[in-house]
Design a protein around this ligand. Structure first.
Ligand code: UDP
Length: 445
């Protein structure tokens, strides 16, 4: 979802403002999730979508990393993509193939069809900047990055200690690393890169990106259609009854799950803070990237809450199992804070709606996003872990109170109001991201 949405929103802008039509090809392993289908079914008429031949992943070892599974699916979908493009070519004039970071192997296909090839980077300019530096870092480093005695400086942004770097680069002998390194080497070979950010947010980083490959900051690309789902009206109705800016929204993206111990600490911390909250809760898992490929719906997540928690917080808290209408929640008047895993989509959605954040990174490049949000952009508060890697209830209580009622929270809120306006400006006619999009279209002509 978090990779599909930027592509979908990019396609919408393109067809709306530039009279270009688009077809979105989606690799699958079988029946696609309902949430994904509902996004695709709400597309405007001049954006088509087509599922590629399902890929069988049953033969893959069970403990393989999710990034590997996705790359495998992408690779195995190439011949189906070729067939789909051949068919499309017989009906229309093809100009460019735009691919997601996981789908960089489709560059070859773009060449075969004599098409421009563009990367649609769903990450921040900071993460893109880091990816550009990876080939050099790889050459210069012996051993694992986590053991580096010095931090890695990302051009135009913050520096990161090895363990904070994105998950795909943590184990250099892993296939996932090799795949990411290959992507990083290919960045200079593509015809252009669209990045889901905007000048007013990451100007220094965007300016520091290497010359050569045209870079188009065209964000913030966030989902613009309302979500479907009858149960969700209940939570929006609940929000209608809460005072303005009083509710802390707690959610860990499409795949984030916490351990049982951490769920309990969070529940107690929320309870002790005395603030209102709306929590999207997923069943516990030892691995934080849990529910993307496994169906955790067999377990009722609410059953994992501490004894009596729901009854004690009934007047000021609502817990929804597994999934909620995030955009609608963030845009609701009652929402005053967001405890987030710092996925880039969630981060942008919070910025666009001017909601101050608490950073609780779990996996992927979220630790990098969290550091940028807390240290460089000052749009979020950070939580300190204890020596066992757990955020304790007292820490959660303290930081929630600081965000919802403290001076730091007020400062962040003020800064976010300005950025919210800047984000709207970037996407309006003549704004920086709209200008970027026009330059991209010029390159296509
Ligand atoms: N999302 C949602 N409801 C949920 C959880 C997530 O609508 O309960 C959406 C969220 O609005 C965002 C995306 O799923 O657009 C998650 O993307 P993000 O990059 O934040 O995190 P990821 O899922 O990649 O970890």
């Amino acid at each position: 979802m978090s990779h599909l949405i930027p592509i979908v929103e990019f396609a919408k802008r393109l067809v709306q403002h530039h009279h270009i039509s688009a077809t979105i090809f989606i690799p699958t392993t079988g029946t696609p999730p309902k949430s994904l289908v509902s996004v695709l079914e709400s597309l405007p008429e001049n954006i088509h979508h087509q599922f590629l031949q399902p890929v069988n992943v049953d033969g893959l070892p069970k403990d393989v990393r999710v990034e590997f599974v996705v790359s495998f699916i992408m690779q195995a979908s190439l011949s189906s993509l070729r067939d789909a493009l051949s068919c499309l070519k017989s009906k229309t004039k093809l100009v460019a193939l735009v691919f997601d970071m996981f789908a960089h192997a489709s560059m070859e296909v773009a060449k075969e069809f004599n098409l421009f090839n563009f990367l649609c980077c769903p990450l921040s300019a900071m993460a893109l900047s880091f990816t550009f530096t990876l080939p050099k870092l790889d050459e210069e480093t012996v051993g694992e990055y986590k053991d580096l005695p010095y931090p890695v400086q990302v051009p135009g942004s913050v520096s990161f200690h090895g363990p904070e770097l994105m998950a795909p680069v943590q184990v250099r002998t892993d296939e996932v690393y090799k795949e990411y390194l290959l992507l990083s080497k290919r960045l200079s070979l593509v015809d252009g890169i669209m990045v889901n950010s905007f000048e007013e947010l990451e100007q220094d980083t965007i300016l520091a990106l290497p010359g050569g490959t045209p870079i188009y900051p065209i964000g913030p690309l966030i989902r613009s259609e309302p979500s479907n789902g009858s149960d969700w009206h209940e939570c929006l109705k609940w929000l209608d009854d809460q005072p303005s800016g009083s509710v802390l929204f707690v959610s860990f993206g499409s795949g984030g799950a916490l351990s049982l111990e951490q769920i309990h600490e969070l529940a107690h911390g929320l309870e002790m803070s005395s603030h209102r909250f709306l929590w999207i809760l997923r069943s516990p898992n030892k691995v934080s990237f849990a529910s993307v490929f496994t169906d955790s719906s067999q377990n009722d997540p609410l059953g994992f809450l501490p004894e009596g928690f729901l009854a004690r917080t009934v007047n000021r808290g609502l817990v929804l199992p597994s999934w909620g209408p995030q955009i609608e929640i963030l845009s609701h008047e009652a929402t005053g804070g967001f405890l987030t895993h710092c996925g880039w989509n969630s981060t942008l959605e919070s910025i666009v709606h001017g909601v101050p954040m608490i950073a609780w990174p779990l996996y992927a490049e979220q630790h990098m996003n969290a550091k940028m949000m807390t240290e460089s952009l000052c749009l979020a508060l950070r939580l300190e872990m204890d020596e066992n890697g757990i955020f304790r209830k007292e820490e959660i209580e303290k930081v929630v109170k600081e965000l919802m009622e403290g001076d730091e929270g007020k400062k962040i809120s003020k800064r976010l109001k300005e950025l919210k306006t800047a984000a709207m400006r970037a996407l309006s006619i003549g704004g920086s991201s709209m200008e970027s999009l026009s330059k991209l279209v010029l390159q296509l002509n």
